[in-house]
Design a protein around this ligand. Structure first.
Ligand code: AMP
Length: 395
């Protein structure tokens, strides 16, 4: 892994692929600057070493040059976060973009217009990547959020910098966090998988079974497993066509000595709303008219005892419909258990899909060792896939 510290930046113009895909409100103000702050250490490091930065990012999924998705809306916010002036170029490639980049002095920052204004970017077009490459003399990728995409700016561009490409600090941190669990995790290792559907997690479960000692299954996924085992799931979310796969996963886990833990009890509602009536049922005995929406108290206690004895913890997906405050108890409880284990020295990684939103909303984020910034990229890493953006830097 070629790190930022391994690259010389003095008098170099670094093309830094960042993930500034930030949320904007109706007035085009940035409503969450987490991703900008996350890229700050890399940019500051390059500037401190006597280099300059040409920042590349996408914003949303524009069809052509949609002015609502111009990166000009975020320039002031980036400048405020970096506590330094940031120039903006309303082109991404081409003669004007190149002359603006060329004129950039050491210690200065230039943000280019939205990469995805050009459809070539997401096609991974090589000619477009070559045009992007002309903007600088060194390539740094710090965009973990798009590392699973073989786009021009995240992957293809790297081939134009065979000796001058490296990981940004954030990207390196993300890769290290994943390796700490998936490669070098200290036993006992527990993975906690929640979320809505088994269908979106099958490959993750298969991949994790090879790595962990325990797998806790929560959220809406539970009911496909309990139905497969002959239970009644009432109106709970369930994918009956996946029951056979669920049984196969249970059998595979047993064969290789991984313990799968399903909740014993669940909190069900008589309607999919925050104010529905609530009742606790055994997870495999939910009557019609009720749907399982959260982990039950006995399950949370059992999971707690397991989690606090683990040394490595991976968490993806809420244990219930956490968006409804009355069904967030299971997710909060798991977060508290992970927090306690982390305090006692365990390593805990949270990420992928909705998990980050859940831990932030429920106030448990500070108790985790590391929270991944990449939704899809994190999920693909958990599936055991090689991310093209990472391979392009290491090849
Ligand atoms: P995912 O993106 O797969 O991690 O799924 C996250 C979503 O799963 C959240 O929006 C939760 O509300 C939802 N979820 C968790 N538990 C349940 C459940 N028991 N029934 C329905 N949806 C659930």
């Amino acid at each position: 892994m070629r790190l930022l510290e391994d690259q010389k930046f003095e008098n170099e113009r670094a093309i830094v692929r960042v993930d500034f895909n930030v949320p904007l409100n109706k007035e085009f103000q940035v409503t969450d600057i987490t991703r900008i702050i996350a890229a700050k250490p890399t940019i500051e490091y390059i500037l401190s070493q006597g280099g300059s930065c040409v920042l590349l990012s996408h914003l949303g999924r524009p069809e052509g040059r949609d002015p609502k998705l111009s990166l000009k809306h975020i320039v002031n916010e980036v400048s405020r976060a970096l506590e330094a002036p940031v120039q903006f170029c309303d082109q991404t490639v081409g003669p004007e973009a190149e002359s603006r980049a060329l004129a950039l002095e050491a210690g200065h920052v230039l943000l280019m217009e939205n990469l995805r204004y050009a459809k070539e970017e997401t096609y991974g077009d090589e000619a477009f990547a070559e045009q992007l490459a002309r903007l600088g003399t060194v390539y740094v990728n710090d965009a973990f959020g798009t590392a699973h995409r073989a786009h021009s700016s995240t992957t293809i561009i790297a081939k134009f910098f065979p000796k001058k490409k490296c990981f940004g600090l954030l990207l390196a941190k993300e890769v290290n966090a994943i390796n700490k669990v998936m490669k070098d995790g200290e036993s006992p290792i527990v993975a906690i998988l929640g979320g809505a559907k088994v269908s979106s997690k099958i490959t993750i479960i298969e991949s994790l079974l090879e790595k962990v000692d325990h797998l806790i299954i929560g959220g809406g996924m539970v009911y496909t497993f309990t139905k497969a085992l002959g239970g009644s799931v009432g109106n709970s979310i369930c994918e009956p066509d996946l029951c056979e796969i669920a049984l196969n996963l249970l059998a595979k886990a047993k064969a290789i000595g991984v313990e799968i833990h399903l909740p014993f009890d669940v909190i069900a509602g008589d309607d999919f709303s925050n104010d529905s009536n609530q009742k606790v049922f055994e997870a495999n005995n939910i009557p019609d008219g009720w749907e399982g929406m959260d982990a039950g108290p006995q399950s949370c206690e059992k999971f707690h005892k397991l989690i606090i004895n683990c040394k490595t913890i991976l968490w993806n997906g809420p244990l219930g419909v956490f968006e409804f405050s009355n069904f967030a108890k299971g997710t909060i409880s798991i977060g508290e258990s992970i927090g306690e284990a982390t305090k006692s020295g365990a390593y805990s990684l949270v990420g992928g899909g909705d998990s980050v939103a859940a831990v932030k909303q429920l106030g448990i984020a500070p108790k985790m060792s590391y929270i991944s910034t990449g939704g899809g990229a994190m999920l693909e890493s958990l599936e055991g896939k090689k991310l093209p953006g990472i391979s392009a830097l290491t090849n």
